[in-house]
Design a protein around this ligand. Structure first.
Ligand SMILES: NC(=O)c1ccc[n+]([C@@H]2O[C@H](COP(=O)([O-])OP(=O)(O)OC[C@H]3O[C@@H](n4cnc5c(N)ncnc54)[C@H](O)[C@@H]3O)[C@@H](O)[C@H]2O)c1
Length: 431
């Protein structure tokens, strides 16, 4: 394979697709981002990012200026490409089964234009065995054989959302292939734009490896949440405990507890991993814990009879993101609605949600996504402007109250007092 090739990224206008298109188009490859979402294609071709991505704007501007990126819904561009990357969504259905429909449809559209010598990379996160099913779809529909006419690797995307451009080039690739030639070609392609090494696995090993990576994080979050629930029952401060236990201690690594452990990947990937083993307890247990955190918060509010109007602070599924897919903020909203509270949804990152000013006069604020715009507790208190308001911060995000609050629950009045005692914040010293 020559250094620079033409690449078709199928699903190229999605969260993962855009990052991949931008990195490749800036690394010297000629990229067609093929997506059925015409409006996202048009937006990108106008130089506008459809969502927040670090360095996204500058990478997009450069790719358009150099003419190395074209977004299109025209699948015939596959015929001009040496490499075809699939990054379409892979959701679960209403019964939590892997839904192969979008991927099968994308493969069907691509099949019409395949020709011998092309390298196919499956980058969507999939349930174990899916690469084999994709191989079947390709071979049955085209008559071409993987490993002889076409080359296929499962090469999962492992970046953290929002920082894809930086991470794609640095993270090792797990390449799952049925044959050595497919591995050789996939590795040669990745080495044109990444600085990390590649590992050769079987497709099912690579599929499971990606899911295990994500579920390890998910289970860790659940463990932190379970510890929170236990500490809370004893009236013990979880942040004091964890900060003390982890300080200069080499064998305890835990994330902070938090009520918003969801998002487009983590929970869905667990259903993929458990597809054939529905009774394995650890991952199933993690679901129950993480998904029950919003209900626990609603239960906590019952001790204050004055709370009527509740603000959910942050609707995105994680800090500094604008992605609301599978965010537990919406689960919390539903549960608050069912408990007949009035609700205000505040998120300056998410279109259609309220700005921080909307906190004025609320009786309660629940911090769900600790965005950087919420960092200054003083500003949040000023926006609420109600001393009786109850604030709930399970993350320990507001340092001033981390150890003083009852496990993240405090009134605006207590917070003002704490800020007064702490005195004015020192201006940063420039050296
Ligand atoms: N979002 C993440 O941070 C992340 C990280 C790692 C892996 N993943 C995995 O990557 C995959 C994509 O995730 P995403 O978040 O980018 O999803 P997404 O929904 O943002 O993007 C998918 C894109 O595919 C397009 N699409 C759907 N069907 C198509 C078809 N038939 N032909 C062409 N385009 C089609 C959609 O229009 C959309 O733009 C999923 O498998 C996901 O699990 C996501």
């Amino acid at each position: 394979m020559s250094d620079f090739v033409t690449v078709a990224v199928v699903g190229g206008a999605g969260r993962v697709g855009v990052g991949m298109c931008l990195v490749l188009a800036n690394a010297g490859h000629r990229v067609y981002g093929i997506d059925i979402n015409e409006s996202a294609n048009e937006m990108l071709m106008r130089g506008e990012m459809p969502f927040a991505e670090e360095q996204g704007e500058e990478y997009l501007a450069r790719a358009l200026q150099r003419g190395t990126l074209t977004m299109t819904s025209d699948f015939s561009k596959v015929a001009e490409s040496q490499v075809i990357i699939f990054v379409v969504g892979t959701p679960v259905d209403e019964q939590f089964n892997p839904d192969l429909q979008p991927l099968a449809q994308a493969v069907g559209s691509v099949n019409a234009y395949l020709k011998p010598g092309q390298l196919l990379l499956l980058r969507s996160t999939v349930s174990p065995g899916t690469t084999n099913r994709v191989r079947g779809l390709i071979e049955e529909q085209t008559g071409l054989r993987i490993g002889r006419d076409l080359f296929l690797a499962f090469a999962s995307e492992r970046v953290v959302q929002g920082q894809a451009i930086r991470e794609i080039v640095n993270i090792p690739q797990l390449l799952g292939t049925f044959d050595d030639e497919s591995y050789r070609r996939a590795e040669a392609f990745f080495q044109t734009f990444i600085t990390a090494r590649c590992f050769h696995l079987s497709p099912v090993e690579a599929e499971i490896g990606k899911l295990m990576t994500n579920m390890s994080r998910y289970v860790q979050f659940a463990l932190a949440n379970e510890y929170y629930l236990i500490a809370d029952q004893y009236g013990a401060n979880i942040h004091k405990i964890l900060d003390a236990c982890t300080h200069e201690y080499p064998r305890l690594h835990l994330p902070k507890p938090g009520p918003n452990v969801g998002g487009p990947c983590l929970s869905k990937d667990g259903y993929f991993l458990l597809e054939r083993f529905p009774f394995l307890e650890l991952i199933s247990g993690a679901f129950k814990i993480n998904e029950s955190m919003p209900a626990y918060l609603v239960q906590k509010l019952e001790q204050w009879s004055h709370i009527r109007r509740v603000a959910i602070l942050g609707m995105a599924f994680k800090a500094d993101s604008d992605d609301v897919r599978n965010s537990l903020s919406f689960k919390l909203r539903k549960q608050l609605e069912n408990a007949t509270y009035e609700i205000v949804c505040v998120d300056p990152n998410v279109r259609g949600q309220q700005p921080i000013d909307a906190l004025a006069g609320v009786d309660c604020v629940i911090l769900m996504s600790p965005h950087r715009q919420f960092r200054r507790l003083e500003s949040i208190l000023a926006a609420i402007n109600n001393d009786q308001a109850v604030l709930v911060d399970l993350w320990g995000f507001w340092d001033e109250m981390k150890y003083r609050a009852q496990n993240g629950v405090f009134t605006a009045q207590q917070a003002r007092q704490a800020l007064r005692e702490a005195g004015p914040t020192e201006p940063a010293v420039m050296t």
